[in-house]
Design a protein around this ligand. Structure first.
Ligand code: ATP
Ligand code: MG
Length: 466
């Protein structure tokens, strides 16, 4: 399939020629955006560049969000000035990026990102020129795109029409080359140009389509939606570090649940989380409930302004894939705990090949999972030691999440809820009661000792479960 697409991509008869036309210009009276709404630092960057004789606009997500009365995450400026020319205009500016250079203009902790107008790669304009091929891989993915261009070029190389609006705070005009304002009014995510070709150039655009659809509550326009499921495997070739960044944006944007449903709908979840997708297929009820509850929780926390950690999120997304692997390891003769350790290690390693989760997140992820083994073992001073563990809260929340998906834990979640609320003497009696209970949830497990030095301790000989 890829070969065929690649051929059609190189064919002299391009199916979607890029129309060149003058932009629609909306005056200040024709749109709802006012320069006072715009971050004053972004405005002053634009004014400064214009005064120096360059073209400069506020562009991208911030214009889109302001037209929708949402508050922009960040501000981007596009200009005809080269990065070096931009830097020369500001004392507080730094050139960043190797693949393509950008300038960061710093105002305290705030950064305005300034990009020079860029063009799409030449083959979209000149099919006969083979010199560009070095910049694409064989499925047509763009590997380098650092070619400067005009404002029009810059609009055409952007992903969606709603992201290609240029606002000039001085004249208060919006320049619209791709009918983006029309699509904002109709709440549509529409790729600029031939969707298939644009996804081949950069498969992450498929994830971005879903992310904006969820975030803005827009539809993905029919032609832009159509090729996604068929091309979703292209995500497997995207560098794993970029996919990790993209996943955080997908799931930490406040619309994780909706995003998840769309990822499933467009077959985009499996290439991101292959093991979890398999678990969802094998056990849709449990895996689906656990993941959805975790994502709904995340959305709720974000809405309440509470912190969320990628470690918890990844721990939840991958948890349903663990049992099959534990079983497999046990089948190879490993005892339960080492089997769990090995399965967890393998699963995380595999996932990192797809989405490079940094160690600062995989470590706490593993701790959250380990905590699930330890939460049932509460006798003696163990319960208090666990409470003191900095990962206790995440581990406890994770236990509640598992219970919410129907896992049977013998009331463990309630027990811990009560224990946290209880006073000292109440806690002591809760622990005492555990020893009298006939279930196994409170009993310490038999320790595996290495070497032959076995000392007789107080618990020695007590059965692991009664
Ligand atoms: P938000 O910041 O709210 O997530 P955004 O639209 O600002 O949304 P960014 O990732 O900040 O998204 O990118 C800024 C702009 O750069 C986009 O609006 C779009 O015009 C352009 N852009 C970003 N990624 C791509 C891409 N993969 N292909 C083409 N254009 C892109
Ligand atoms: Mg942005």
């Amino acid at each position: 399939m890829l070969k065929k697409l690649f051929q059609s991509f190189r064919s002299p008869l391009r199916r979607f020629p890029r129309p060149r036309h003058t932009p629609e210009i909306l005056s200040g009276r024709q749109h709802s955006l006012h320069s006072e709404d715009i971050n004053r630092h972004a405005v002053s960057v634009v004014e400064r560049l214009q005064q120096a004789g360059y073209e400069a606009y506020v562009v991208g997500g911030c214009v889109r969000d302001l037209l929708l009365h949402l508050s922009p995450k960040d501000y981007d400026v596009a200009t005809s000035a080269t990065p070096e020319q931009v830097r020369a205009e500001f004392r507080n500016a730094r050139i960043i990026g190797r693949r393509f250079k950008l300038v960061h203009v710093h105002y305290g902790r705030e950064i305005i990102e300034v990009a020079t107008f860029r063009a799409n790669h030449p083959e979209t304009d000149d099919e006969d020129d083979a010199s560009h091929l070095a910049s694409r891989n064989e499925s047509g993915r763009i590997l380098r795109d650092n070619i400067y261009g005009t404002l029009e070029d810059d609009a055409q190389r952007r992903d969606f029409t709603i992201n290609a609006l240029y606002y000039d705070p001085t004249s208060e005009r919006i320049l619209d080359h791709t009918r983006g304002v029309h699509d904002i009014r109709n709440r549509l995510i529409r790729l600029i140009g031939d969707p298939e070709q644009r996804y081949l150039e950069d498969p992450v655009r498929m994830l971005r389509a879903v992310r904006f659809a969820a975030k803005l509550d827009f539809e993905i326009e029919k032609h832009s939606a159509e090729p996604i499921a068929e091309l979703s495997d292209l995500l497997c070739d995207v560098p794993s570090a970029r996919l990790f960044d993209e996943i955080l944006k997908l799931f930490l944007g406040g619309k994780a649940l909706r995003t998840f449903e769309l990822l499933l709908e467009y077959d985009l979840f499996a290439p991101l989380f292959p093991a979890s997708a398999e678990a969802l297929e094998d056990n849709p009820e449990y895996a689906g409930t656990l993941i959805r509850n975790a994502l709904a929780n995340t959305d709720q926390r974000i809405a309440q302004g509470k912190p969320v950690t990628p470690a918890f999120l990844f721990a939840a997304l991958l948890w349903p894939a663990l049992p099959a692997r534990v079983q497999e390891a046990q089948g190879r003769g490993l005892p339960p705990i080492p089997a769990m350790q090995e399965a967890a290690h393998e699963l995380v390693w595999e996932q990192c090949q797809r989405t490079a989760i940094p160690k600062r997140f995989t470590m706490p992820m593993r701790e959250i999972w380990d905590m699930q083994e330890r939460l049932p073992r509460r006798q003696g001073r163990r319960a208090d030691q666990l409470l003191d563990n900095p990962r206790f809260r995440a581990g406890y929340d994770f236990l509640l999440l598992r219970e919410s998906a129907g896992e049977q834990t013998n009331g463990l979640g309630d027990w811990w809820t009560e224990y946290q609320e209880a006073g000292d003497s109440e806690r002591r009696s809760m622990i005492r009661e555990l020893s009298n209970r006939s279930d196994d949830s409170g009993a310490p497990r038999k320790r595996r000792r290495s070497g032959g030095r076995r000392k007789r301790g107080a618990n020695e000989g007590a059965p692991a479960s009664e």
